[in-house]
Each structure stands twice: as C-alpha cells, then as structure tokens.
Design a protein around this ligand. Structure first.
Ligand SMILES: Nc1ncnc2c1ncn2[C@@H]1O[C@H](COP(=O)(O)OP(=O)(O)O)[C@@H](O)[C@H]1O
Ligand SMILES: [Mg+2]
Length: 378
C-alpha cells in the first residue's frame, strides 16, 4: 500500500502553487493599480536621489490593494536604489511608539534591547545611524488608525518622524494606510501634515477588474486545465458583492480549489465554488481553529467573556467588560470588534433590563460565539 503521506504537493491535480492565492503573497503584477503605483512612485522618487518624499495617506475599503501596492512599491524602490532603506510596519501588530522606533533603529542596523531604554534614546540612535548612512528611509505604517485608538499617545511617532525630517533634512518618507477615509478630520495640523501631504484613494474593484486580478493569480496557482472557465467570474462576483474585495474573491478561488483537490476532482467547477461560498462570505474560520491562536489582550478579553458565560449569565455587558481592564475603553472595544469579526465572540444589542443608575436604553452584550458555523451545517 502507498504511504499515506506519499500524495505530496507535487501530485495535486489542481494546484501548481497554491501559495499564490494566499493573502500575503505579493504578485509580480497588480492589475488595475497602475495609477496608484505611479502616484506612490512619484511621491517617493526623491528618496532615491537623496531628496525628500511627500508623505502619503492611502485610504479605501478592505481588499482594495492598499497593503499590496505599498509593499510592491517598497520592493521596487529597494531594488532600484542602494540609497533607500524601506520598512513595513503593521500597527496592529506593532502598535507602540517605542516598538516602532525600535524597529526603525533596527532597520538602520542599530541593536536595541527590548526594555530599559527610553524612546527618546532610541530615536536619537536611529537618527544618528540614518545621518551616518547617508541614506533615506521609507516607512509604511499600515492600519495606522490603531495608533490613535491606543491608550497612550502612540501617534506621537508621527511627531518623531517629522522632527527627524527637520533634523536630517527630509530623509524620512512615510506612507500611512487606513480603511478610515475620515481619519484626518479634526486632527492637529502638524499631525495631519505628517500623515497626509497627499491622499491616495483606493476604489472598490469592479467585477471586471476582479476577474483580471483572479486570472493573473490563477495562472500561477493552478495547473493548466484545472479551472472551469466559469470559476473565475463566479469568484469575482462574490468579491464584487462584498465591497469589491479582492481578498474575498481570492479566498473563494482558493477554497474551491482545496475542495476540488480533496475530492480528487479533475478540475475546479462552479459547483465547488457554490459549496464554499457561505464560508467565504462569512469570513469566519471556526472558533476551534482560532482559539489557540489568540494572544495578549485579545486572549485575556476572550477568557473574561468566556468566564462570564460559564457563570451562567448569557454574556457580559460591554461596560462590565471594560471595567475588568486597565486599558482605555476604546482599545478593549476595538479588540472586541476584532474578535467579533473573527467569529470568536458575538455581540448583541439588547434593551437594558433594569434601570441602572438612571440609565435606560440599549446596551451591548458580549458572549462567546456558540457553535461554529461549520458544525452548524454538518
Ligand atoms: N490589483 C491587484 N492585483 C493582484 N492582487 C491583488 C490586487 N489588489 C489586491 N490584491 C490581493 O487581494 C488581497 C487583498 O489586498 P490588500 O492589498 O491586502 O488590500 P487592503 O490592504 O486594501 O485591504 C491580497 O491577497 C492581494 O494580494
Ligand atoms: Mg491592508
């Protein structure tokens, strides 16, 4: 009998390289983003010649290519010029001024101990290293809204960067990214100018554009003849229906491919897409899959909600939950929203049962999401 592991990657009848459908894969071409790529390139061109850059703010709905375009341009810039260092930071993963400064210092070859060194000191060593190198640095701050929602004033990193530019004569280019079009409303003029000297808006993809994007990715991902001709249009339609989101469309294509592969089908058919459609649209892996992956504050919040549930209440009010944590309400709220989006927690608006302290009206009850959707349907 053949070894159970012997049916390796190479033997798939469907995929040539399924990694090309993963969200973090950066393709060689980004169809329908020429204008945006050009705008970024124009704004950053000066850095390759030792001049300054225009600070850019990229906005637009999820899945419209903001992260990919910025990573693409960084890659091109590094390849083109020895005079530029680039660094990509996701503020959701690295959301403190201190942490960001440490990463910038590292990018300039400075070792920084994790603790016991003041932010201002890290800034100094970063600025010194940058001056000595004679290079420019281009920094991407993705999901930058996170800095403004934090308990402490983490957004002050933007002041640091503009101070760095004043000190060093415009050596630091900044690209900030957010889904929130309104982020600069009501902002201090100086913060605003370091965030957005120029704004580049990313529009939702049309069904036709999504088709082109999927076709390019499918060429790399699938074996020839492994895709029914209708599969790409149907996946594109799913993405189009949900805000022109390329991530969703790609996920539909990948999941349909996995299903076809599991069933040892000769090719991916529209039928396969239809069967994965619900899972794709809900964007929700099962809670069982997610639970072990939670970390830090998200994990603590999840545990607190779970405990409240186990004590026999239907859940916990958002107010009750915020009280359990030292962090700013907005930070906890944001994590709760993420956990809801991930499908780990559920939030329901309910009428308050009793008048508490004269407060009436609605409140939000947070609970652990019950059975996973997969289990519901099987
Ligand atoms: N023009 C494009 N060409 C190819 N793939 C794209 C394009 N735009 C987006 N994608 C893909 O769609 C997914 C979401 O894109 P992303 O850049 O993360 O969007 P955003 O940052 O706006 O949410 C990624 O997998 C990305 O590779
Ligand atoms: Mg993004």
């Amino acid at each position: 009998m053949a070894n159970i592991f012997s049916k390796g990657r190479a033997e798939s009848r469907i995929f040539r390289d399924e990694r090309a459908l993963m969200p973090e894969f950066l393709p060689d071409v980004l169809p329908h983003r020429d204008r945006e790529i050009r705008e970024l390139a124009d704004a950053l061109a000066g850095t390759a010649e030792g001049r300054g850059a225009e600070n850019l703010l990229l906005t637009g709905p999820p899945g419209t290519g903001k992260t990919s375009v910025s990573r693409y341009v960084l890659r091109e810039l590094e390849e083109y010029s020895q005079r530029v260092v680039t660094t990509y930071i996701n503020c959701w993963e690295l959301g403190t001024r201190h942490g960001i400064l440490a990463k910038l210092a590292n990018a300039m070859g400075e070792a920084t101990p994790r603790r016991g060194i003041a932010s201002d000191e890290i800034f100094d060593s970063f600025a010194e290293a940058l001056a000595k190198s004679g290079k420019s640095i281009v920094v991407v701050l993705d999901e930058v809204d996170r800095l403004f929602a934090a308990k402490h004033e983490e957004w002050r990193i933007l002041y640091d960067l503009s101070r760095g530019n004043e000190l060093l004569g415009a050596r630091i280019g900044l690209i900030s990214i957010t889904n929130n079009e309104e982020i600069t409303a009501g902002m201090d003029a100086r913060v605003k100018s370091s965030l957005a000297q120029r704004q580049v808006k990313f529009a939702q993809y049309s069904p036709v554009q999504l088709k082109d994007i999927l076709r390019e990715r499918a060429k790399v991902a699938f074996l020839p003849e492994a895709l029914d001709a209708e599969v790409v249009p149907v996946c594109a339609a799913i993405g189009a229906k949900h805000g022109g989101d390329a991530r969703l469309a790609l996920n539909a294509l990948w999941r349909a491919g996995k299903l076809a592969e599991r069933e040892n089908a000769r090719m991916v058919s529209v039928e396969h897409v239809k069967r994965v459609k619900l899972d794709v649209e809900e964007q929700k892996p099962t809670r069982e899959e997610l639970e072990p992956r939670l970390e830090g504050l998200q994990k603590e919040i999840y545990e607190a909600v779970k405990k409240a549930g186990e004590r026999g209440h239907g859940g916990i009010t958002s107010g009750g939950l915020y009280k359990l944590f030292d962090e700013h309400e907005r930070v906890v709220e944001e994590h709760v929203n993420r956990l809801v989006k991930l499908g780990v927690l559920e939030a329901k608006m309910v009428e308050r049962k009793e008048e508490s302290g004269g407060m009436r009206g609605k409140t939000r009850i947070i609970s652990v999401r019950r059975a996973s959707t997969k289990a519901d349907r099987s």
